[in-house]
Ligand binder design. Structure first.
Ligand SMILES: Nc1nc2c(ncn2[C@@H]2O[C@H](COP(=O)(O)OP(=O)(O)O)[C@@H](O)[C@H]2O)c(=O)[nH]1
Ligand SMILES: [Mg+2]
Length: 337
């Protein structure tokens, strides 16, 4: 690829997959902190929701980050993803690219897109790393979810994350599951907080270079069906200091809110709200009475920590149903009077 007379070739590229909240962003942050100091790495993040949060959380890493919000990057048009990727390559001239697709995404189509002719000589697709929470392996709602199973099947490196929360039996079950996975993995490992080793990014199996079936890219049985909207549901609120936007697909729904930075939230009220609301995944960056704080909730376990200032308070929630009223009411009730 030639941009502004500069030729970009064979940039090592990795896809970091895994279900909602498993620790993909944590793994990318860990990798950025442990990459060779003389290398420039870039990150492409695709989020299911319309309001990108991960980009804001990675802002202070010094890496070049581009976000593609609103649905999975393989669906509808590839254009936004390709534009973001081209821009990332041009602006960062990176030594490596890490791609975080949405936890509800379809990795085979992302791989197929990266193998299209115009990227063939530009990107050198290395190991695809999949993170799994071993506790989910016993839950049929995950085990039978196509996004979950595809991510595992297509990975070269299979990593159990969140192991601090797992029992010995759950770890053993993960090992049994991993050793039975076909094709065999180049590497199987246990970590906490996404502490994956930089060298695993270049682990290869004989399958790594496998061709992706062309049908994978032509959506033979579009799992998003008719209801995969992309930002059609934007709601402008009379107040005009905040708005909300919804998305849906694959039986999941997301809702994102954006609040004017002048609106101040109570940290404790938000923590209580996110621990209480039975929503599958919540993440956000808020202007609070304690400065800017990031909130992360998975299965009702919420953590808050300081982060860099953002232009607005932003939050994204993902669930299997779209009853957003209690969360919205809770957010407005968490405003500092
Ligand atoms: N207890 C525990 N929490 C983790 C671990 N890895 C990540 N987390 C937390 O889980 C939440 C979701 O992690 P994130 O990396 O954003 O997941 P993603 O949605 O897959 O990108 C964050 O609050 C992380 O701090 C882990 O190994 N153990
Ligand atoms: Mg993430």
């Amino acid at each position: 690829m030639e941009i502004n007379n500069r030729v970009y070739q064979n940039i090592p590229t990795n896809i970091i997959t895994g279900f909602l909240g498993v620790g993909k962003t944590s793994a990318i942050l860990h990798l950025l902190a442990h990459k060779p100091a003389d290398q420039r790495w870039a990150v492409l993040v695709n989020e299911f929701g319309e309001i990108g949060i991960d980009g804001a959380l990675m802002k202070d890493t010094g890496a070049f980050i581009k976000e593609v919000p609103g649905g999975c990057m393989c669906c509808s048009s590839n254009l936004p993803t390709q534009m973001a990727l081209n821009l990332l390559i041009k602006q960062a001239a990176p030594d490596r690219i890490l791609i975080e697709p949405t936890g509800l995404g379809h990795p085979e189509r992302v791989i197929a897109m990266l193998r299209e002719p115009h990227y063939r000589s530009v990107l050198d697709l290395r190991a695809t790393v999949c993170l799994v929470d071993p506790r989910k392996l016993s839950d049929s709602r995950y085990r039978e979810n196509p996004a979950f199973t595809d991510q595992i099947a297509l990975s070269d490196v299979l990593v159990a994350n969140r192991c601090d929360l797992c029992s010995g039996d759950e770890i053993e079950a993960f090992y049994r599951f991993a050793s039975a996975s076909q094709p065999p993995k180049a590497r199987v490992a246990l970590v906490v907080h996404g502490a994956i080793d930089v060298v695993w990014l270049d682990a290869t199996t004989s399958e790594t270079r496998r061709a992706v079936h062309p049908e994978a890219h032509s959506h033979p049985h579009d799992p998003h069906g008719e209801d995969h909207s992309h930002g059609d549901d934007r709601v402008r609120v009379a107040d005009a200091r905040w708005d909300r936007v919804e998305n849906s697909g694959d039986g999941f729904f997301s809702c994102g809110w954006r609040f004017d930075a002048g609106m101040l939230f109570g940290t404790q009220a938000l923590e209580q709200l996110f621990s209480r609301e039975p929503v599958l995944r919540i993440k956000g960056v808020f202007h609070t009475e304690r400065g800017w704080q990031q909130f992360n909730a998975v299965d009702g376990m919420c953590t808050a920590r300081p982060c860099m200032a953002a232009g607005a308070s932003i939050i994204e929630a993902i669930d299997r149903s779209r009853n957003w009223e209690p969360l919205e009411r809770g957010l407005l009730d968490s405003l500092v009077p």
